[in-house]
Write a new protein. Structure first.
Ligand code: GLN
Length: 489
């Protein structure tokens, strides 16, 4: 099997040819989770009964000779901030432990309608705030390539599960890189769609103007298939946009005449081996007939402070709802409502979440609003314009996903600011609301994957996925390494 062959298509063929039943397929994944989850800590809640029930529905259809859609019966996972009716959804925070949503997120409702087989909910940084999953109240998810390294964050559990063959694909959320960075760390494909392309209804909010749901998969075609299924207008999310063309059927064709932009600033301060891998990728694209266009994007240096001001401001407001009255955890002893709320929040939130609520409340407070929040909003506008004018000279922008490879386990504990700095390549994309995909482009000396980011203009997912698909097809032998993961179907 060519490694970049769609795993979803392959399993679909096995099911429809009746080479294995959906129940057997699902049971294989449940067994795999049972044997490997203790090592990877990818899942925080495994739901085998619900998975087998969905599998039986698919088998019934197969027996009746009914046609299956591509995603039907494919075992997958959801990050634990995507609401699932009747299934605990914690955002990996003590404050939400025991919270069972009474409705489904639109993305899950859609996938359920496709008879997707959900194996369980996966690990994440608490409320999606972090880069290594270690702010999770369940402990961090580990990298399938090397367990002395993190899987990344905040959707680290999804990446650990997909990379470790504990799910075929998963949905994560990306506010400042949380789909692309763990995909990059685990040698996977991670797509952050255009803001509004996928409904956020039922996604527990971190920073609403930046959050977007997207897939983490093993191959580009899988990412396109999942994106096609979950994107589109949703009445329940007023920021979602209308139906667009499908992407998965447009990945072929050639690269001739595609203008790939290189913003010089993106290549400053990144590790030498990451830079070398990207330079090789640029050569590959040139060889495939693309035109390389160099330009400057000096505004990039403001992206990180703008992100941390805006994201924290929105978080301080979004997380105001956790008061011990409406959801999850409530402090045991208190003498007044005020004391109950204070104690609940002090005991329920972890240190990183508290740090961001404090910072966000500060930048929104009177006297500081103009100095920080308003300035950041103005700069956001300037960043949007800078990308808009860059896309007048190129069709996609090629950049690193992260300036380095997967952190060692104690990296974030050593220096929080250092960790924030590693978000430099991903956050500008959320600020500008653009789509971007991270795909593997090599390995470092330790054998850890290196990721490359292809950034598109708004709603140009097809353009970036097509470019990603071509690179993947050309280079799959060099950018993928088969891990010894037991049965890989
Ligand atoms: N690492 C970034 C942060 O800590 C991004 C998180 C995200 O995209 N949810 O904010």
């Amino acid at each position: 099997m060519q490694r970049n062959e769609s795993r979803i298509r392959r399993l679909h063929d096995l099911l429809t040819r009746k080479e294995l039943s959906c129940t057997e397929l699902t049971q294989k994944y449940i067994d795999q989770i049972e044997s490997d989850n203790a090592r990877l800590n990818a899942y925080v809640n495994v739901t085998p009964a619900q998975a087998l029930k969905s599998a039986q529905e698919v088998d019934k259809k197969l027996h009746a000779g009914e046609k299956l859609s591509l995603l039907e019966g494919i075992p997958m996972t959801l990050k634990d901030n995507i609401s699932t009716e009747g299934i605990e959804t914690t955002c990996c925070s003590n404050i939400l432990k025991g919270y069972v949503p009474i409705y489904d997120a639109t993305v899950w409702k859609t996938l359920k309608a496709h008879n997707a087989v959900m194996l369980g909910k996966t690990n994440m940084d608490e409320f999606a705030m972090g880069s290594s999953c270690d702010t999770s109240c369940f402990g961090g998810a580990l990298n399938p390539y090397n367990q002395a390294h993190v899987a990344g964050g905040s959707s680290g559990g999804v990446a650990s599960a997909v990379g470790g063959n504990l799910a075929v694909y998963g949905l994560g959320s990306d506010t400042g890189g949380s789909i692309r960075q763990p995909a990059s760390f685990c040698g996977l494909v991670g797509l952050k769609p255009t803001y509004g392309a996928v409904s956020r209804y039922g996604l527990i909010a971190y920073a609403s103007s930046l959050d977007q749901i997207g897939p983490i998969t093993s191959t580009v075609e899988d990412a396109a298939l999942v994106f096609d299924a979950i994107s589109g207008k949703d009445e329940m999310d007023s920021t979602s946009s209308g139906a667009r063309e499908t992407t998965a059927d447009k990945l072929n064709g050639d690269m001739k005449g595609l203008r790939i932009g290189i913003a010089r600033e993106y290549f400053e301060g990144i590790r030498d081996d990451v830079k070398a891998a990207l330079e090789n990728a640029i050569k590959t694209y040139e060889h495939m007939g693309a035109e390389i266009v160099y330009f400057n994007l000096p505004i990039l240096k403001y992206a990180l402070p703008v992100y941390y001001i805006l994201a924290c401001a929105e978080a301080s407001s979004n997380l105001g709802r956790y008061d011990g009255i409406r959801y999850g955890y409530r402090a045991q002893s208190y003498n007044s409502v005020h004391e109950m709320i204070c104690k609940t929040r002090s005991e329920g939130f972890g240190a990183e979440v508290k740090r961001r609520i404090l910072l966000g409340t500060y930048v929104l407070s009177s006297g500081y609003y103009d100095a920080y929040y308003k300035k950041a909003q103005n700069l956001r506008g300037t960043i949007v314009k800078a990308f808009r004018s860059a896309f007048e000279t190129c069709d996609i922008i090629l950049a690193p996903t992260v300036p380095m490879t997967a952190f060692e386990l104690n990296f974030t504990a050593k220096d929080q600011v250092e960790t924030y700095l590693t978000d430099i390549c991903t956050v500008p994309i959320n600020i500008a609301g653009l789509p971007a995909v991270s795909i593997p482009c090599g390995f470092d000396a330790k054998g850890l994957p290196i990721g490359m980011q292809l950034i598109g203009n708004t709603f140009c997912e097809t353009t970036i996925l097509k470019a990603a698909y071509h690179y993947e097809s050309e280079k799959y032998a060099e950018i993928y390494k088969e891990l010894d993961l037991g049965v890989r179907l």
